[in-house]
Design a protein around this ligand. Structure first.
Ligand code: ZN
Length: 500
């Protein structure tokens, strides 16, 4: 692949149009970040209007017939494999999707979500699925209408996957998840038979946790000149531009979830920051998919953040800042930050059981979309799968099918990308370790630059130039494959839990 020199794309009219689209995206990113961190609560309604206007402007710009003409002209003139060829291909695809979906359907989806989100919040609070059921039925119906806009796909769910994971198919994910499930279920059972480690001692002062997280974030690549760390109810990251990364976290004095959230979100932002600068303002200057994005956050959070190498460097500093950790040795801390137990709530799940929560949602939403599961039967189906996959009985809807906001938003096709991220993180980690033999020693010396540099070279810099399957093949020499994740988890937990 040639190195990027002049600002792409070559066509000035398309360059201006894509610049406008990118700027609208950045403006929406800042407003979205502000809504979750700074905005007073009563600003929400007006902010909703402003963000809807930005979205409509972006949709109109992308759906403009000139985009089809300009990308065809660019494709005809571009060298195969060049940045312009990638821009022509990706933007033409974005354009086709924008024009295939009728404006009335988009508006109807927005209205349905606006009604479903507060209904979901109330139903969850009351643990009353019946109150949410009509909204979910409407969301499923609208997503089936949306899938019907793409009659060429093999399965209607394939059409819903594309915005989150370009190139993914229902059949492909089903195969990969079958292997993942067959490996994870017995591992979770074996671990569950061993005594659970003690949790971390509580009373870990928030101020000390913030200092520790910020120092660790700096080691990963956080730089105050182009990054911010703020508080929010749910941790997230948002890129407002190549040198403007916003990371958020929340703090809990009974564990180190704040530190791990910061490492996770910094992983997302390093990806956004690491895209080749000339791709900025081309709409290709961001992460290529939710799955690849999640591989970056998971790699920093789990493969690095929960490892012996990382803690052999950071434990002394953590003990200075967090007095309750002072009596613990390295082995003790590693066991306590790697507790594996089947549980009800996905967002609180450990790295071994997590993907099983995702597999459950994938199976249920595929069945909802292809019509083999009626919305009314969702709570029962959820309960059965929880027993099958995790051996856990669901006591009520709040701890069952009402726990996540995704379906209230109508986000069908999003969930599988969380487990794809876990799988890809292990594949990349394996490729990285074999390419950079001293990487564990570097991490143990407090130097994470070799990890960041390898990821930048093999993942970040491409932005959306390569689709996920191509990126993965190029970086690891393999297609999506759960074997490295299953092998690494077994090795790690055999040691921590004394398994056979
Ligand atoms: Zn994430």
């Amino acid at each position: 692949m040639e190195s990027v020199t002049a600002l792409p794309p070559a066509d000035p009219e398309l360059r201006e149009l894509l610049g406008t689209l990118s700027d609208l995206g950045s403006a929406a990113a800042v407003l979205g970040w502000d809504r979750e961190t700074m905005m007073p609560p009563q600003g929400a309604e007006y902010r909703g209007e402003v963000m809807a206007t930005l979205e409509q402007l972006a949709h109109r710009t992308l759906a403009d017939p000139r985009v089809a003409q300009l990308t065809q002209r660019l494709a005809a003139a571009a060298q195969p494999g060049s940045v312009d060829a990638a821009i022509a291909r990706v933007v033409a695809r974005d354009h086709e999707r924008a024009v295939c979906i009728p404006v009335e359907l988009t508006a109807e989806i927005e209205r349905a979500s606006a009604a479903a989100i507060p209904a979901w919040a109330a139903a969850r609070e009351a643990s009353d699925f019946a109150a949410f059921q009509p909204h979910l039925e409407r969301q499923v119906e609208l997503r089936r209408d949306l899938a019907a806009c793409f009659p060429d796909v093999a399965h209607p769910y394939d059409a819903l996957l594309q915005p989150y994971e370009p190139g993914a198919t229902t059949a492909g994910i089903r195969d990969v998840f079958a292997t993942l499930r067959a490996g994870l279920v017995p591992l979770v059972e074996e671990i569950a038979q061993r005594p659970a480690p003690e949790p971390l001692p509580s009373g870990l002062p928030e101020a000390g946790q913030r200092t520790l997280a910020l120092e660790a974030a700096r080691a990963l690549g956080f730089d105050e000149r182009s990054w911010r760390l703020d508080d929010s109810t749910h941790p997230f990251s948002q890129s407002a531009g190549p040198r403007d990364q916003r990371v958020t976290a929340r703090w809990d004095e009974s564990d180190l979830s704040g530190l791990f959230a910061v490492m996770h979100e910094v992983g997302h932002s390093l990806y956004e920051e690491g895209v080749d600068p000339p791709l900025a303002r081309t709409t290709l200057g961001s992460g290529v998919s939710m799955g690849i994005h999640e591989s970056q956050s998971r790699l920093w959070e789990n493969q690095v953040g929960r490892s012996r190498a990382f803690w052999s460097f950071w434990l002394p500093r953590a003990q200075e800042l967090l007095p309750p950790l002072r009596g613990l040795d390295l082995d003790d801390v590693l066991r306590r930050i790697n507790v594996v137990r089947p549980s009800l709530i996905r967002v609180e799940a450990d790295e071994v059981t997590y993907a099983l929560h995702v597999i459950l949602r994938f199976e249920l939403e595929v069945a909802l979309i292809d019509g083999t599961l009626a919305v009314a039967d969702l709570p029962a189906a959820w309960g059965e799968l929880m027993v099958e996959l995790l051996g856990v009985a669901v006591p009520d809807d709040r701890n069952g099918c009402l726990q996540d906001v995704h379906w209230a938003f109508g986000e069908f096709g999003y969930f599988p990308t969380y487990a794809i991220g876990n799988i890809v993180s292990a594949q990349l980690w394996r490729a990285l370790r074999s390419a950079v033999p001293g990487v564990q020693e570097s991490i143990a010396a407090g130097d994470c630059a070799p990890v960041r540099d390898w990821l930048r070279e093999h993942v970040h810099r491409f932005g959306r130039r390569l689709d996920p399957p191509e990126l993965l093949q190029q970086a690891t020499g393999a297609a999506l494959d759960p074997a490295p994740l299953l092998e690494d988890l077994r090795l790690k937990y055999a040691e921590l839990y004394d398994l056979a």
